[in-house]
Design a protein around this ligand. Structure first.
Ligand code: BG6
Length: 470
């Protein structure tokens, strides 16, 4: 659609950025925190352990002051489950409660709204030992954690996100250090989708609990949503794109919003004897959980052609290899790539926003979007990252076009507020507006430096998205 004029960003638009606890905090076993699955996993060769990260645990005041300097209206961060409940259930760690009280209060001091992700890839290791999400009790574990957060922080936190990228946990869990498949499992697909089912029920119950305990608060899911294109106008490719959209995207949002399994995914699971078992009360719980908004992470679109039945799965969040019988992933020759091989598709961002809004009609907050790159700290303390500015500028432009298309947008939180450790590609893959002085293995000073994108984003926020110039 060609527009004659653009609609402005809403007045109360929430500009900010995101991080997650296990990637930014460090202090992974300090002050009573129990280990999470991220602390006990074997990190990919050549990448840092997750014990220090950006050391935000000790430097949150400085970090939030820098976010305030950029003009953030919102800061999306996650609460580490095992910092609050070191064993996942039972005993509460007062130091953990205190830490997030401090973070929340520090945000509020600068009028920054805390947007809290309840679960971001960091299952307590003690619960992994009890079967993690494969154990039907995981639903109650999650609710206990949710209740603890609502009780302690609900007076000040008005925006909540349930589970970060549940779709990636399900599709590429092993690459991000999650998803434990019990030994001897004979139907991995069924096991995976049973775990997924438990997460869906946990999410629905957490949304209902939030509404019951905190009637003023708003809550939504945070999957990774990316429109999947057909590789050509062959009808077979169009069917493949529908399949992949269903299994990667719509399953998660259909369930969060309508409480129903996507029919294409359900048939696929039936074919593989992999439909999840419903426990008593699950169907009601799924029907009773309603999000107030949709949060989603967007990095790039995908492209597929018809499956030949031999695709092997795997890949990472953006480089999937496809799903046998559903779709074969292929590279899109029309798109550029980041240094780490992820395709860049700002127009696809607009297309994804349009599609999500027309399917679900709920306001949208973008909970991640960004470019991982090798940044370089200059001797004078500057960091020149024009590639990041270009990436973000083009996505913000497309977001405004989507608003002009009639999409209701609440906010935009790129990944990431500050440099942190990537899920599987280490510290060298940086995303932040704030540079952290450390390398993969050398912790250096851990001092903070403002990148060029820091100053640029500050101007964008001050002009409510009007000034995107360098
Ligand atoms: C998302 C995650 O998948 O993408 C983040 O929610 C992650 O945790 C981000 O860091 C970027 O991915 P990666 O693999 O480059 O760290």
């Amino acid at each position: 659609m060609l527009h004659k004029s653009l609609k402005p960003f809403p007045e109360e638009f929430l500009w900010g950025a995101s991080t997650s606890a296990y990637q930014v905090e460090g202090a992974n076993l300090e002050d009573g925190k129990g280990p999470s699955c991220q602390d006990v996993k074997k990190v990919p060769e050549g990448t840092s352990e997750l014990d220090v990260c950006a050391d935000q645990y000790h430097r949150y005041k400085e970090d939030i002051a820098l976010m305030a300097e950029m003009g953030f209206k919102v800061y999306r961060f996650s609460i580490s489950w095992s910092r609050i409940l070191p064993k996942g259930t039972g005993e509460v760690n007062p130091k953990g409660i205190e830490y997030y009280n401090n973070v929340i209060n520090e945000c509020l001091k600068y009028d920054i709204i805390p947007l809290v992700t309840m679960f971001h890839f960091d299952m307590p290791a003690a619960l992994d030992e009890r079967g993690s999400w494969s154990n039907p009790e995981s639903v109650d574990w999650f609710l206990e954690f949710a209740k603890t957060m609502f009780e302690n922080y609900g007076d000040r936190v008005k925006y909540w996100l349930t589970i970060n990228e549940q779709n990636m946990l399900t599709l590429v869990g092993p690459v991000i250090g999650t998803l434990c498949i019990p030994e001897g499992c004979t139907n991995v697909l069924k096991e995976t989708y049973q775990q997924n089912h438990h997460m869906l029920v946990a999410q629905a119950k957490a949304m209902a609990l939030c509404h019951e305990m905190l009637p003023e608060a708003k809550i939504g899911p945070a999957p990774n949503i990316a429109l999947i294109y057909p590789a050509s106008n062959k009808p077979e490719d169009q069917l493949a794109a529908q399949n992949m959209n269903a299994v990667r995207n719509w399953l998660y949002l259909d369930m969060a919003v309508y409480g129903k399994y996507n029919n294409l995914v359900w048939s696929y699971l039936e074919e593989h004897d992999a439909t999840p078992e419903f426990h008593e009360g699950d169907a009601e719980a799924l029907a009773n959980g309603h999000p107030d908004f949709i949060g989603f992470n967007y990095y790039s679109t995908g492209t597929v052609e018809a499956s030949d039945g031999t695709e092997e799965g795997g890949g990472d969040q953006q480089n999937s290899r496809g799903v046998a019988g559903l779709a074969k992933n292929i590279k899109n020759p029309n798109l550029m790539k980041t240094e780490f091989g992820w395709e860049i598709d700002p127009i696809g961002f607009r297309a994804t926003l349009r599609e999500v809004y027309s399917r679900y009609r709920l306001p949208i907050v973008i909970t991640e979007n960004g470019l991982g790159a090798y940044d370089k700290l200059e001797e004078d303390g500057s960091v020149h990252d024009p590639y990041r500015i270009t990436y973000l500028r083009e996505h913000i432009k497309q977001m405004q076009l989507a608003i002009t298309d009639g999409v209701e947008m609440m906010g935009y939180c790129p990944w990431s507020a500050i440099d942190l450790i990537s899920t599987h590609e280490g510290m060298k893959k940086r995303y932040g507006f704030i540079y952290v002085d450390r390398d993969e293995f050398d912790l250096k000073t851990l001092n903070r430096f403002r990148k060029d994108s820091f100053f640029w984003y500050k101007k964008v926020i001050a002009s409510n998205g009007e000034d995107l110039s360098d």
